[in-house]
Design a protein around this ligand. Structure first.
Ligand SMILES: Nc1ncnc2c1ncn2[C@@H]1O[C@H](COP(=O)(O)OP(=O)(O)OP(=O)(O)O)[C@@H](O)[C@H]1O
Ligand SMILES: [Mg+2]
Length: 627
């Protein structure tokens, strides 16, 4: 079990010399921990690394002297003449009469282990009382936490030793990685840094980006606010592609800032009828509506039509014998109409509700003739209650299908998967502004295709798939029907992907809301600040190396600080993430700057109003407060 403690706010200066002991082991010690006495001047701060030089250890069959690394997990001071039982007056007397003694300073240390042929071994012997304790020199810490730079991912530096780089072993990603922290802790910043280094090493990466957090990665941090054309570029910018859903209004980063992008569309005709019903939000219980969609899809396929949502809607309208526009209102939007008539859409197979809804539509409809040039299904002319039922189902389905026209992601082509799996390429799929179902569909589409190739031995290079806000893709902790379209394939890849070269990087701020199966398959974890007890418990459930001690100290981490667990580092490290080159997309807004801009605009508007003839007229309504 790992015992780590939260960092102090300001890191101490790195001690370079370990000549003088900073203390001596006292009391009882064990292979896991020891206590040492120190003094006011030399006592190390909490989390400092200390070393026992020449500790006696059994290495294989022989006893040897090793440098045993330990971390200070607690410090305390005590003055004998100022015991806990003194009251205020007594303490004042002792202090005023200079009757205080020098403090007795003690520190507790947790043993981390020693290095043997580049591998960290756990101590099996205790440190004897009287043994001197030294501050661990940077060189020793580098041997524990750094690796060959050319073949590793540099995450940052030790929190309390800024001179010691922490480098991750890329092989630690081969059993999937989870990046977990509460919102704003620095997950996306960290992931960006990780992806930069991974790409530099030669990795193929696809990022599903629901918030445009990664679209600026090609520009340097310093040029985040410059249009792409004028910005300095990061070293591998030409190996990063950004795909965007066309036609999304009001993006946070326009193409001018992001740089060249390609359209991300999904060929609608590739979806099967169930997919269409899912993405349109048809409840799984609404089997009649789903059947209507299935039949409509079959009709279009029979006619060999490469259809988009409008074509499907038209087919349903024609079948139902109603004009297309009767389905223009989405199921949600119709709620205000519902108040004025029986037009609320059915939300299942409730026949009575559906009939009422249909009647409402018929009452409003003046023209139920299908448009010219469209197939005639008999529509309103079909006699018999069964036909009427089918028409009613088609009409109900129309409502759902028409909402799909609002998602600009559906088109006649799907992005070419060959492009995504080129060696040393990062593809950011910017899904900001689309519905969650589109994200789930994209995850399912991508992973299924990768999986199919991997199983067929047609995936030449390992592919990393980054799932941001993964709790929305593989929800857990609720009923099974909470699953998304992507749940099953994500769990399959999580369970078996490592054998076939498909690796997940799962990012979430709500570990308690993600499927346990997925999280527990992520053998490496990067955990940042986390205060919610449910989320802490979920992290502990998912990993046997997470101790209570670590959990209770996660709230003490500052923004950008992370604990590495699993096979990424030889032993868990507490790291200050740094050195990211690419600009952020989702950086916190600077409210002071926003206010200043708003203030400028309001003041300019006020001046303009005063200058204009109408601006001098007395105003009615509330009085303006001068800025
Ligand atoms: N290591 C770091 N060094 C400097 N700034 C950082 C670091 N990590 C995070 N930040 C800053 O903190 C803010 C939040 O970081 P980030 O967006 O990565 O958090 P997040 O955990 O992904 O949040 P969310 O859950 O909302 O997506 C950003 O403005 C970012 O610039
Ligand atoms: Mg984020």
């Amino acid at each position: 079990m790992v015992q780590l403690f939260a960092p102090s706010d300001s890191p101490p200066a790195a001690p370079e010399s370990s000549e003088q002991p900073i203390g001596f082991v006292i009391g009882r010690s064990s292979p896991q921990s020891f206590v040492f006495v120190s003094d006011e001047e030399t006592v190390p701060p909490r989390l400092e690394y200390v070393v026992i030089h020449g500790a006696r250890e059994q290495v294989d069959d022989t006893f040897r002297s090793v440098d045993l690394l330990a971390q200070v997990t607690g410090i305390r001071a005590e003055v004998l003449t100022l015991g806990e039982d003194l009251d205020y007056a007594e303490a004042q007397t002792v202090v005023s009469q200079n009757a205080t003694l020098p403090p007795r300073v003690q520190a507790e240390a947790t043993v981390l282990g020693y290095l043997q042929d580049g591998v960290v071994r756990q101590a099996r012997m205790m440190v004897l009382p009287g043994t001197p304790v030294h501050t661990a020199p940077d060189a020793l810490l580098r041997a524990f936490f750094s690796r060959d730079e050319a073949s590793s991912i540099t995450l940052g530096t030790l929190i309390n030793r800024r001179g010691v780089d922490v480098r991750l072993d890329p092989n630690g990603l081969s059993r999937h990685l989870a990046i977990i922290a509460q919102t704003g802790a620095g997950k996306s910043y960290l992931a960006g840094k990780l992806l930069e280094d991974l790409l530099g090493l030669g990795a193929t990466i696809v990022v599903l980006d629901p918030n445009s957090d990664y679209v600026q990665l090609r520009k340097t941090q310093a040029d985040a606010d410059r249009p792409y054309h004028y910005a300095n570029k990061t070293p591998h910018a030409d190996r990063i592609s950004v795909l965007r859903v066309p036609g999304i209004e009001g993006r946070r980063y326009t193409d001018e800032f992001v740089g060249p992008t390609e359209d991300y569309t999904i060929r609608f005709a590739e979806l099967d009828a169930d997919d269409i019903a899912d993405v349109a939000g048809v409840p799984t219980t609404a089997s009649r509506i789903r059947d209507a969609i299935t039949q409509s899809v079959a009709r279009l396929r029979h006619l060999n039509v490469d259809f988009v949502p409008r074509d499907l809607a038209q087919d349903l309208a024609d079948f139902a014998g109603v004009p297309l526009d009767e389905g223009a209102t989405s199921p949600e939007e119709s709620s205000d109409q519902a108040a004025s008539g029986p037009i609320e859409p059915p939300d299942g197979d409730d026949t009575a509700a559906s009939e009422a809804w249909l009647e409402g539509l018929q009452a409003l409809s003046t023209d139920s003739e299908p448009p010219a040039g469209r197939p005639q299904y008999g529509g309103g002319g079909m006699p018999g209650s069964e036909d009427a039922d089918l028409r009613r189902d088609a009409r109900n389905a129309l409502r759902y299908v028409r909402r799909l026209e609002r998602y600009p992601v559906w088109g006649h082509t799907t992005v070419n998967i060959e492009r995504l799996i080129e060696p040393m390429r990062t593809t950011i799929i910017d899904l900001a502004g689309t519905e969650k179902v589109v994200m789930a569909y994209t995850a399912e589409w991508l992973l299924s295709h990768l999986w199919e190739r991997a199983l067929g031995g047609r995936l030449r290079w390992p592919v990393f798939v980054v799932l941001e806000e993964a709790h929305n893709l593989v929800p857990g902790g609720g009923p099974r029907d909470q699953q998304t379209k992507a749940s099953r394939i994500i769990n399959t890849v999580a369970a078996e992907g490592r054998k076939f070269g498909v690796y997940l990087i799962v990012i979430t701020q709500r570990p308690s809301k993600i499927a346990d199966d997925t999280l527990s398959q992520c053998a490496s974890q990067l955990i940042m600040r986390l205060t919610n007890p449910d989320d802490q418990k979920a992290v502990q459930r998912a990993s046997e190396v997470v101790s209570q001690g670590l959990l209770s100290n996660l709230p003490g981490l500052n923004q950008g600080e992370v604990v590495t667990l699993g096979r990424l580092t030889r032993i868990p490290a507490m790291v200050k993430v740094s050195g990211r080159q690419g600009a952020e997309g989702g950086a916190d807004r600077d409210l002071v700057q926003d206010f200043q801009a708003a203030h400028r605009e309001a003041t300019a508007q006020q001046a303009f109003d005063r200058g204009s003839p109408s601006g001098n007229l007395p105003r009615s309504g509330p009085k303006r407060i001068p800025l």
